[in-house]
Design a protein around this ligand. Sequence first.
Ligand code: PLP
Length: 379
Amino acid sequence: MRRIYVDHAATTPVHPRVIEAMLPYMDKQFGNPSSIHVFGRETKAAVEEARRTIARLLGAEAKQITFTSGGTEADNMAILGVAFAAREKGKHVITSQIEHHAVLHACQYLESQGFAVTYLPVDENGRVRPDDVREALREDTILVSVMYANNETGAVQPVEEIGALVREKGILFHTDAVQALGMLSFDVSTLPVDLVSFSGHKINGPKGSGCLYVRETVKLHPLLYGGAQERNRRAGTENVPGIIGFAEALKLAQQDIEAKREKYAGLRQCFLDILRAEQVVFQINGDLDHCLPHIVNLSFAGVKADALLMNLDLEGIAASSGSACTAGSLQPSHVILAMYGDEERAGSAIRFSFGLGNTLEQIEEVAYKTARIIKRLHA
Ligand SMILES: Cc1ncc(COP(=O)(O)O)c(C=O)c1O
């Protein structure tokens, strides 16, 4: 049985060119970038070259890029880093109910440390309303964090509007762009943002790689103590192969974004057309007009997500319910719950996400097999 991977929002296969770029840094060029000898100097130069490449591709300056171990660390660095650096100014943070747990749990930790956090609701397309942000702003608000695009539904948030109104008040704005990277073009220099999180493994790069974009006026309290790496922002020997791989992956991801978007939107349409033709009853969670093209989240009434996922897995198809982090816990998705307040809909929600290597033929097979399984589960 051939396997079909349609869970690219959870993680992606590493692109062969990324592996090729990384290999020398696990072999001959293994030096510690902090060492003063030639081994160190060579890897230091490679890390700085990768930083310049990433900065250029994002519209940033090299000094605005801090390498992290991925999206989770970038989110934590932004939220905890800003909150602890600005606690004398105020102790109120605003975020949304549909953020990734890397943001939500960091905010919950802040609450345990005496901060107040407002978790904004979303509309039924899974989007935060800019007016809600405006109303939630307080005298003591120090940070607003709203994701660029949601990892479960693909819903693209009105970050330009939100960022503009937040920054107009002199409040810092962070956005988690982990899922949007590679699907939307980025130019952080023109976006109204102060901090942006990115991750390598969602764009065919290595796991454990990523970065935080930080505008130079932002003060950050470090999360880690140790060496002076990353301009004292992030102690610890750099993940050199990861950084090199991330830069290579970003180069590839930023090529032909339009063609990629068209391809995935086409695969998604074909998938939905087949399900409809097979008379499968489903609800789309979100609004496809404001959604990343490679993600589609569907609820199948009367079907439990875990039963469907298990049956798909037996047929060689890898999809997911909600985010990978909550998939094992059988909790209904907090994102779908925030959108509809409907436990049953949340409990039957499945995310299909397309990416490198997926073909039309594969997606047709996924659709027909999904239809067959749903009919069987209903029988
Ligand atoms: C929106 C979002 N933020 C943050 C993360 C965490 O990123 P990482 O896996 O690189 O820690 C993920 C991963 O699922 C994500 O989808």
